[in-house]
Write a protein that binds this ligand. Structure first.
Ligand code: SF4
Length: 403
């Protein structure tokens, strides 16, 4: 075990707001002193967010297609073009999902899909315009950097033009999906036909230059080294220095079940919390770090709030990607709010810009979620309903249940 006695000055440095070097980040992530790392990350989080609340959002992950030309060994979600299991969502189903999100107090949808071989940019513009026309108030947090990169190839258009046109059609913000590990050695080992590191970063950089915001992610615990995790953080920090356009960072552990990498041992809670804590210490120019309860479950997701995260992420009414890889954690709004309360903070709903929503809307959303659970219990023939113990998931998706 590598303890941190000799590294206390590094923790003090980060807690005091001084920037860690690449080499210092690597030394920290090689340590095993989770308690010391977590305490320091929590201090940084409290310095950046001295307020008495911690936040969450309500949204829905809508996957408009699972057809994908790329091959990612870690992905159990995609289907090859022409697969009988491939789908493209019909508008009616899409609209229904958005309406349900609004009915539960959500203010945005996370719209992502596979890399479809046939759709030109016009298809995505029409999709955005249709959503904007029918639901003018909802934020479309849509199209991960690999999708945007793919649109430039299929439509043979420059990146800036693609982003400008999507923005004009109603795209609100970009999700940070497809980041995995931003080191080409790793990307080449686990993906084929997908954006490499510079492509991923350039999409974000260009979007930020157009005045847009995005999130950044890291999926770790597969073939990367510890040093490559820090290299990933370093690349994100550099772009954030240039643009300031990332609103948040979210990291999670690779979920191997049902994937071509099912033999890779799953990284556990220790690795998750340690990496989250080091990320908080290293990413000195990121204001917000999210907990990933979807992959870690409620208990570790809650502890993330004491290891550098200041946000519980989203209620996530629907999720299809990690659930295809065997990881399905269901949380109700009460669970998320209760987890925040238990660690000593007031739970508050936020929007995509990390602004608190009107308390009246928040109260209404809480009530709407209670009513929805009661309805679902009834439809499952269960008379029992207990606030903090949802007996069934919030929605049922193609045989996979997600919350
Ligand atoms: S992770 Fe995305 S790009 Fe890779 S195979 Fe799955 S859907 Fe396609």
């Amino acid at each position: 075990m590598v303890a941190l006695q000799n590294y206390q000055y590094l923790l003090d440095k980060a807690v005091g707001g001084e920037r860690l070097t690449l080499e210092e980040g690597q030394r920290l992530i090689e340590s095993h002193d989770l308690a010391a790392l977590g305490r320091a990350a929590d201090e940084v989080s409290r310095r950046l967010h001295p307020e008495n609340y911690r936040t969450y959002s309500i949204d829905r992950n809508i996957n408009y297609t699972n057809i994908c030309t790329a091959v990612c060994d870690f992905c159990a979600f995609y289907r090859k073009p022409k697969s009988p299991e491939g789908y493209v969502l019909e508008r009616d189903e899409l609209y229904q999902k958005i309406q349900e999100t609004l009915d539960l107090g959500g203010e945005q949808v996370l719209l992502q899909g596979g890399l479809h071989p046939d759709f030109k940019l016009e298809w995505y513009e029409e999709l955005l315009r249709d959503i904007r026309q029918k639901f003018p108030g909802i934020n479309v947090h849509g199209f991960s950097p690999p999708e945007i990169h793919h649109f430039t190839k299929v439509s043979k258009l420059p990146l800036k033009a693609v982003l400008e046109r999507l923005k004009a059609a109603g795209l609100g913000s970009l999700p940070g999906g497809g980041g995995e590990i931003l080191v080409d050695r790793v990307r080449r080992a686990i993906t084929r036909g997908k954006a490499l590191t510079d492509d991923w970063l350039n999409v974000n950089r260009t979007w930020h230059e157009l005045g847009g915001h995005s999130t950044a992610t890291m999926m770790f615990g597969h073939v990367e080294t510890l040093a490559e995790r820090i290299e990933h953080l370093e690349r994100l920090r550099q772009v954030q220095d240039e643009t300031g356009g990332f609103t948040a960072f979210i990291c999670w552990t690779f979920q191997p079940e049902h994937t071509d990498m099912a033999d890779v041992p799953t990284a556990g809670a220790f690795e998750y919390l340690k990496t989250l804590a080091v990320s908080r210490l290293y990413l000195d120019n990121f204001r917000n770090l999210q907990s990933s309860w979807v992959t870690q479950g409620l208990k570790i997701g809650q502890l993330a709030l004491l290891h550098g995260a200041n946000d519980m992420g989203s209620l996530m009414i629907e999720e299809n990607v990690v659930s295809e890889a065997g990881t399905v954690h269901h949380l109700s709004l009460d669970d998320i709010r209760g987890a925040i309360t238990e660690v000593g903070y007031v739970p508050r709903q936020r929007n995509v810009h990390y602004e608190l929503v009107d308390p009246k809307h928040e109260d209404w959303a809480i009530e709407a979620n209670h009513l929805r659970y009661k309805e679902i219990c009834k439809s499952f023939g269960q008379s029992r309903y207990r606030k903090n113990e949802p007996p069934v998931p919030l929605t049922i998706v193609r045989g996979d249940s997600t919350a």
